[in-house]
Ligand binder design. Structure first.
Ligand code: BG6
Length: 468
C-alpha cells in the first residue's frame, strides 16, 4: 500500500549550513586566537582554512543570496577562538560583535539563525593544555564561552546546537587525526573520557541557556546513521545492533536519558575503557536533557559479524563504518550506489534514521547537515549540478515520508550553503548551492555564482516542499 503524503508544516525551516573554520577565513583578524584547525593542512595541493570562503568579510553578500534563495534558517558555527582567543581567558568584544552583526543580518532577512557552539575548532591554547582530556579546564572554559554567547544572544536566537558530531570526534579520533587537531595520539580510553567530559559540558550548557531564556531550544548534532547487517545471519544482525549502539545510542542515551547504555558499559569494563565518572555526573546528565536532536546525515552504514583477524585496509573518514573488535566489522553494501568521493548513497536510510531516533527518544528532530561533495567547474557563470539536485530530491522525498509518518521534524539545513573547505579534502570537494571562485592554493576572485541547485532549491522552498 502506498503511503499517503502529508504536506510539510507551514513553519518548516528550509535552511542551509556552514561551519566557522570551513567558511569564514580571517583566521587571525579582529583579535581571533588560533584554533586547532588553523594549523592544519591535508597535503600540499589541499587548501588550508586560513581564507576559506571569506565568509567573514562577505557574509552580507551571502545572506542577500540566501534571502534570494528563500532560506528560512541558516545553521552556522561560532568560532570559540574569536570569542575567547585563549579559550578560557578574556572575552574579545570584536568576536561577539561579528556574530551579533551576522545574527542581526539574518534576522533582518527573516532567516532563523541556528548557531553551533563547537564545530571541531577547539582553541589551540586549550588543546595545548590537554584539551578535552582536561575536564576541569575545558568543561569550565566551554561553559564560560557558552555563557558569553547566551548572555548576548539568548534573546535573539531560538535554536542552539551544543556540539557538532561528538560521535565522529570520538569514534575516529584514534584512527585519523582529521577533526580535532591532535587526536592522532589519543588512545580509546582517553577518547571515551573526552566523550564523557563533553556529555557533562553539554548537559550544563543546556541548563545555563535556560537561565537566560527559558523559551530557547538547545540540542546536540550527531552524525547518526542507521546501520544494516550485511546478511540475514543472526550474528550479523547482532553486529548491526552493536554498531548502532556504538555510533548512535551510547551518545544519545547519555545525552537524553542520562544513562550509560548497558552494552557499552560492558564493552568499556571488558576492555578497560571505562571513563572516570564522578558521583554527581549521572545526575547532571539527567537534568540536562536537550529540547531537540539534530542529525548530520550523508550515508548509512553496513556491518557484519566481527572478523577479528582481518587486516583489510579501510579508508576511514567520518562517514565510513569501521571495525570494533568483538562487536562488528565493516562491510560493503552492494545495494547502494556511491558518490564520486566514495560515500554510499542512501536516501531511504535518512528516513530509517529519523524513525529510529524518534521512536527511541520522542524529541523533535532537526537536520543540520545532508549533502553531496562534487568536483565542479564553472561554465557560463553557473554550475550544472544535476547530481546534487537528484541527491536532494531523493532525500527530501524521504523526509516528507518521515513527516507523513508522524515524525516531528523542524528543520532541514543541507550542507552546504556556499562552497567551503571540506573538513579533510580541500576546496575542490564542493558542497554549496553557491559556487565560489577559488582553487586549492589560489584564492582567485572569491566571486559568488548561483549553481543550478540554487534555483532548484529556491523553487522547492517557494512551494514549501510540495514538489513530489
Ligand atoms: C560532517 C562535518 O561530518 O561532514 C562537516 O560536520 C563536513 O564539517 C561534512 O564538512 C562533509 O565532510 P567532508 O569531509 O567532505 O568535508
Amino acid at each position: 500500500m502506498k503511503l499517503k503524503k502529508n504536506k510539510f508544516p507551514n513553519d518548516f525551516l528550509w535552511g542551509a549550513s556552514i561551519s566557522a573554520f570551513q567558511a569564514e577565513g580571517a583566521y587571525n583578524e579582529d583579535g581571533k586566537g588560533m584554533s586547532v584547525q588553523d594549523i592544519k593542512k591535508y597535503g600540499e595541493d589541499v587548501s588550508d582554512f586560513k581564507v576559506a570562503s571569506d565568509f567573514y568579510h562577505k557574509y552580507k553578500e551571502d545572506i542577500a543570496l540566501f534571502k534570494e534563495m528563500g532560506l528560512k534558517s541558516f545553521r552556522f558555527s561560532i568560532a570559540w577562538s574569536r570569542i575567547i582567543p585563549s579559550g578560557d581567558g578574556e572575552i574579545n568584544e570584536k568576536g561577539l560583535q561579528f556574530y551579533e552583526n551576522l545574527i542581526d543580518e539574518l534576522i533582518k532577512n527573516d532567516i532563523e539563525p541556528i548557531p553551533t557552539l563547537y564545530h571541531f575548532d577547539l582553541p589551540l591554547s586549550l588543546q595545548e593544555r590537554g584539551g578535552w582530556n582536561n575536564r576541569e579546564l575545558t568543561v569550565n572554559a566551554y561553559l564560560k564561552y557558552a555563557k558569553a554567547l547566551f548572555k548576548r544572544f539568548a534573546n535573539k536566537v531560538k535554536y542552539w546546537i551544543t556540539f557538532n558530531e561528538q560521535n565522529v570526534m570520538i569514534m575516529i579520533g584514534s584512527k585519523v587525526s582529521i577533526l580535532n587537531g591532535s587526536h592522532s595520539s589519543l588512545n580509546e580510553k582517553e577518547l571515551y573520557q573526552q566523550s564523557h567530559n563533553m556529555f557533562i559540558a553539554q548537559a550544563l550548557a543546556v541548563n545555563l541557556l535556560k537561565k537566560y531564556n527559558k523559551e530557547s531550544k538547545i540540542g546536540p548534532a550527531l552524525n547518526n546513521v542507521c546501520i544494516y547487517p550485511n546478511s540475514k545471519k543472526p550474528e550479523d544482525y547482532l553486529s548491526a545492533q552493536n554498531a548502532s549502539i556504538m555510533r548512535n545510542w551510547y551518545y544519545l542515551d547519555a545525552i537524553v536519558r542520562g544513562i550509560y547504555n548497558p552494552i557499552v558499559k560492558k564493552y568499556f569494563l571488558d576492555n578497560d575503557l571505562m571513563p572516570e565518572i564522578l558521583e554527581t555526573d549521572l545526575d547532571i546528565l539527567k537534568k540536562g536533557k536537550p529540547d531537540f536532536l539534530s542529525i548530520n546525515y550523508y550515508t548509512s552504514g553496513t556491518v557484519m559479524e566481527n572478523q577479528e583477524d582481518t587486516d583489510k585496509e579501510i579508508k576511514i573518514d567520518q562517514q565510513t563504518m569501521f571495525d570494533i573488535n568483538g562487536l562488528f566489522s565493516y562491510s560493503k553494501n552492494e545495494y547502494l550506489g556511491k558518490t564520486e568521493y566514495g560515500w554510499p548513497l542512501d536516501p531511504v536510510g535518512l528516513r530509517i534514521t529519523l524513525r529510529e531516533m524518534y521512536e527511541r527518544y520522542q524529541l523533535p528532530l532537526m537536520i543540520s547537515e545532508n549533502g553531496i561533495g562534487l568536483s565542479e567547474t564553472l561554465e557560463n557563470e553557473t554550475v550544472n549540478d544535476e547530481i546534487r539536485i537528484e541527491y536532494y530530491y531523493k532525500h527530501i522525498e524521504q523526509l516528507q515520508l518521515a513527516i507523513s509518518e508522524g515524525i516531528e521534524i523542524i528543520a532541514y539545513n543541507p550542507w552546504s550553503a556556499i562552497d567551503l573547505v571540506s573538513s579533510h579534502q580541500g576546496f575542490k570537494k564542493r558542497y554549496g548551492f553557491i559556487y565560489i571562485d577559488r582553487a586549492e592554493n589560489d584564492i582567485k576572485s572569491l566571486k559568488r555564482y548561483k549553481k543550478k541547485s540554487f534555483y532548484w532549491y529556491q523553487n522547492l522552498i517557494s512551494k514549501n516542499g510540495d514538489i513530489f
